[in-house]
Design a protein around this ligand. Structure first.
Ligand code: PGA
Length: 279
């Protein structure tokens, strides 16, 4: 029987375990109250059987046990991942949550239940869900609010399709996806934004560092305009060892949301190292 890891909040930590105030370029880690200077997360999607997940977690513990690293396993594996990552620096979260709390929403993942299992993060609005489950940006915003309310850090995924980019609507699309979130969550919420151009996800085509930085800088400007200067922005879409260093050099790219390459420990560890070296 798996023992649940309680969610530790910054405010609940003893003062000895808290730093007096996080440095500017850091994100407070809810797990231990530590400060991170980058964030590299593996989105496992619906890959792996449970034995394989165990093996990958063991490899991560051996090679990437450090602040700023996190995994998003299939929700079914959260209890075993929680158990294995106990006392480690590696964070974890779920790939989606429901906008509603407890209640009659068959098949949904309730944010409070997710938090009870020790998760610190929740992806919301991944393009695969926007497309497959037809999630609207308003719905995604409500999911982000549910996460924040339950003490989780939502990672709000946004990104344009190739058609939208080619029509010159890439920035407008991303802003339209982001705006309902900014309207709904309190301005002092801890959240992250992941810019993931749809045309780069799982295709092997990564945005160039210039393309990534250009969009990140638009997002940064909008966040700053409403007082969310501290909100971190990740890049996602075919991030791999070969392109991580270039992306990590972009001033507004704080970290990476990694899909396929997160399933191979050598690739993932190299991506973590690239972002770590930047700092
Ligand atoms: P990818 O996926 O790295 O396989 O492109 C990224 C994501 O979907 O978050």
């Amino acid at each position: 029987m798996t023992t649940l890891k309680p969610l530790q909040k910054w405010s609940n930590l003893s003062s000895a375990n808290r730093q007096s105030s996080p440095p500017d370029d850091s994100l407070r880690d809810l797990k231990y109250g530590r400060c991170m200077s980058f964030f590299v997360a593996g989105n496992w999607k619906t890959h792996l059987l449970s034995d394989e997940a165990n093996t990958l977690i063991q490899q991560l513990l051996d090679q990437c046990n450090q602040d700023g690293v996190a995994v998003f396993p299939p929700a079914l594996y959260v209890p075993q991942v929680s158990d294995q990552l106990r006392d480690s620096a590696i964070g974890f979260g779920v790939q989606d949550i429901s906008e509603s709390g407890f209640g009659a929403t068959t098949g949904d993942l309730c944010a409070q239940q997710v938090a009870e299992f020790g998760c610190q993060y929740a992806l919301v609005g991944h393009s695969e869900r926007r497309q497959r489950q037809q999630e609207s940006s308003q719905w995604v915003a409500e999911k982000a609010l549910a996460a924040v309310t339950a003490g989780l850090v939502p990672i709000v995924c946004v990104g344009e399709t190739l058609e939208e980019r080619e029509a010159g609507n890439d920035v407008a699309t991303v802003m339209e996806q982001l705006e309902p979130v900014l309207n709904l969550v309190p301005v002092d919420s801890t959240l992250m934004v992941a810019y993931e151009p749809v045309w780069a996800i799982g295709t092997g085509k990564t945005a160039s560092a210039d393309q990534a930085q250009a969009m990140h800088s638009e997002i940064r400007a909008r966040l700053s305009q409403i007082g969310m200067q501290q909100t971190k922005i990740l890049y996602g879409g075919s991030v791999k060892a070969a392109n991580a260093a270039e992306l990590a050099q972009c001033p507004d790219v704080y970290g990476a949301l990694v899909g396929g390459a997160a399933l191979q420990i050598d690739e993932f560890a190299a991506i973590v190292a690239a972002f770590q070296e930047r700092h």
